[in-house]
Design a binder for this molecule. Structure first.
Ligand SMILES: *[C@@H]1O[C@H](CO)[C@@H](O)[C@H](O)[C@H]1NC(C)=O
Length: 461
C-alpha cells in the first residue's frame, strides 16, 4: 500500500479544528478538550476491502491473504468484533444486547449448540506466571491514491507503541523459549512514534480528527419499533453467559498453541484473567495490572477451520465475536491507579474492540498475519493515552479513522457504566455514560434516552 502526502493536509485541517475548539496540549503530548458523557460517531461505514488472512505458514513464518470486500452501514465495524481489556482494570459487568428482531431470526439456527460458556464455574488451578509481552498497535486514517488513480481513504500504520518485551519470557508447558515474531514490522511507515519503553503512548492526536465540537444535535433512530433489546451475553464476576474469556497464553496451559514463527496464540483465560487455561472460565472479581490483557468472544464456537469464522490460526480455541450493525455493548468497570507495574503500558488502561479475525490470527506481530493493517477495524472505546492520565479517549481505526479529543473521566475509585450503541440504521455509534441497570432486556425507551444523550461529535469523513 502506498501513501502520499495528502495526509499532511488532513493533519493541518485537524489542527485548525483543535485550535478553534480551544483544546489543550497536555504535558503528555496529547490534545484534550472537554470531559463528556457521550461521544457520537456519525456517518460510520464505508465500502472497501481489507486483506483477509488465508494461511499462516509455520515453516516460512509468512502469511498470505486475499482482499475481501465490505460495505454497508457501520462497515467494517458491523463485522464480528472481539472486546479487549488492558489493566489496570476491574470489570464488574459486561453485556451485549441485540434487537428482538434479530433475536427472533437467530433462534432459527439455535440448534448449532456449542454455547459452552454458560455459567462457567470459577476455579483457580493454573499458576503459570509470566510476563505478557505485547505491543499495542494502532492505525489512523490517511488518504492515498490507488492504482486506478482514485483518491481513497485508507489505513496507515501511524503510531506503534511496541513493547521492549518483544521476547516473551515464557514459562510454558512446552518449555519453549519464546522469542518469536513479536517484533512488529508495522512501524516502518509514516509518523512512526514507536518506542520500546511503553512510556510514550503518544498517538498522532491530530491525524484523523474530524470534529471535536462538544455540542451536537442528535436524532435517534426509532426503527426497532417492535421494542426491546435482549441481553444475549452477560458477565458479572464469577458468572459468564455466552461469553468466552481469552488471553494470549496459547501453548501454556492446555489451550491454544505456540510457535517460533507466531509466538503464543490466544487461549482460554484462567479466572484470574492472567494465566492460560484448558477450558473456558468466568473471570473472577480481579484487577488486572498494567499491561495485562484479556479479551471476550461470544460463547459460540467457530464451526471449524475456514468455516463460519473464516480462516483462523491452527490450534486455537476459536469463537465467534459479536457481529451485526445493530448491537449494544454495556460495561461497568473501574480503572484504579497502578503505581506498581513494570513499566510497559504502565497505568494506561484501555477497553477496545477489534475485528474478531485479528486475535484469531495474530494480534501482536507480523502485520501480514492479520487484517488489522489493511483496515478491518478497531474501535478504541476507553483508552488512557499516557501513564496516570485520567482522560479516557475514543477513536476509530479503520479506513475512515476519526475520533474526538473530548474524554470520559477515568473511574479511578468508582465504577463507570457505559453503553456502546451500534445504530446501523442511521450509521452512528454512541458511547454513552449511563446509570441504568443492565437487565435481561432493554426497552427502546431506555435505548432512545441513551441515543439522545447530548455528547461530543466525532464525525467520520
Ligand atoms: C451468543 O452470542 C452470539 C454472538 O452475539 C450469538 O450469535 C448467539 O446466538 C448467542 N447465543 C446464545 C445462546 O444466546
Amino acid at each position: 500500500m502506498k501513501f502520499n502526502s495528502v495526509k499532511t493536509l488532513s493533519v493541518l485541517t485537524s489542527l485548525a479544528t483543535l485550535i478553534n475548539a480551544d483544546c489543550q496540549l497536555s504535558g503528555d503530548g496529547n490534545y484534550y478538550c472537554s470531559s463528556t458523557d457521550a461521544i457520537v460517531y456519525s456517518n460510520v461505514g464505508i465500502s472497501g476491502s481489507y486483506n483477509d488472512v488465508t494461511s499462516m505458514d509455520e515453516t516460512s513464518c509468512a502469511c498470505s491473504s486475499q482482499p475481501i470486500q465490505f460495505s454497508g452501514n457501520l462497515a467494517p465495524l458491523d463485522e464480528e468484533l472481539s472486546v479487549h481489556f488492558r489493566g489496570p482494570l476491574n470489570l464488574k459487568q459486561f453485556g451485549v444486547y441485540y434487537p428482538n428482531q434479530g433475536t427472533a431470526l437467530k433462534k432459527r439456527d439455535g440448534d448449532m449448540a456449542n454455547e459452552n460458556c454458560a455459567e462457567t464455574v470459577s476455579k483457580k488451578k493454573h499458576r503459570h506466571k509470566r510476563d505478557v509481552a505485547v505491543e499495542y498497535v494502532e492505525v489512523t486514517a490517511t488518504v492515498y491514491v490507488n492504482e486506478a488513480g482514485e483518491t481513497v481513504t485508507a489505513t496507515a500504520p501511524a503510531t506503534n507503541t511496541a513493547t521492549g518485551a518483544s521476547t516473551v519470557a515464557a514459562n510454558n508447558n512446552n518449555n519453549n523459549e519464546v522469542s518469536a515474531a513479536q517484533t512488529s514490522t508495522q512501524n516502518n511507515n509514516i509518523n512512526n512514534n514507536a518506542n520500546n519503553d511503553g512510556t510514550s503512548q503518544k498517538r498522532d492526536a491530530t491525524t484523523s480528527l474530524t470534529a471535536a465540537s462538544p455540542s451536537s444535535s442528535l436524532t435517534s433512530s426509532n426503527s426497532y419499533s417492535n421494542g426491546d433489546w435482549t441481553r444475549m451475553t452477560y458477565f458479572t464476576p464469577g458468572s459468564a453467559t455466552n461469553c468466552t474469556f481469552m488471553n494470549h497464553q496459547g501453548g501454556t496451559a492446555g489451550s491454544g498453541t505456540w510457535s517460533g514463527c507466531f509466538g503464543n496464540s490466544i487461549s482460554y483465560a484462567a479466572s484470574n484473567g492472567v494465566d492460560g487455561a484448558g477450558s473456558a472460565f468466568a473471570l473472577d472479581d480481579v484487577t488486572l495490572k498494567s499491561g495485562q490483557e484479556y479479551m471476550i468472544f461470544s460463547g459460540t464456537e467457530c464451526s471449524g477451520p475456514n468455516g463460519d469464522c473464516g480462516y483462523y490460526r491452527e490450534g486455537i480455541p476459536a469463537y465467534h465475536g459479536f457481529g451485526g450493525s445493530s448491537k449494544i455493548f454495556v460495561f461497568e468497570f473501574e480503572m484504579p491507579t497502578d503505581n506498581d507495574g513494570s513499566g510497559y503500558n504502565q497505568d494506561m488502561p484501555a477497553i477496545w474492540l477489534l475485528n474478531a479475525k485479528i486475535p484469531r490470527t495474530l494480534q501482536y506481530g507480523n502485520a501480514a498475519c492479520s487484517c488489522w493493517e489493511t483496515g478491518c477495524g478497531e474501535m478504541d472505546l476507553f483508552e488512557i493515552l499516557s501513564a496516570g492520565s485520567d482522560k479516557l479517549i475514543s477513536h476509530v481505526h479503520d479506513g475512515q479513522g476519526g475520533g474526538t479529543q473530548d474524554y470520559f473521566v477515568r473511574p479511578v475509585g468508582n465504577t463507570l457504566k457505559a453503553a456502546v450503541i451500534f445504530n446501523g440504521d442511521d450509521k452512528s455509534i454512541h458511547i454513552v455514560q449511563v446509570n441504568d441497570d443492565f437487565s435481561g432486556s432493554l426497552s427502546q425507551a431506555t435505548v432512545n434516552s441513551w441515543l439522545n444523550t447530548p455528547g461530543s461529535a466525532a464525525a467520520l469523513p
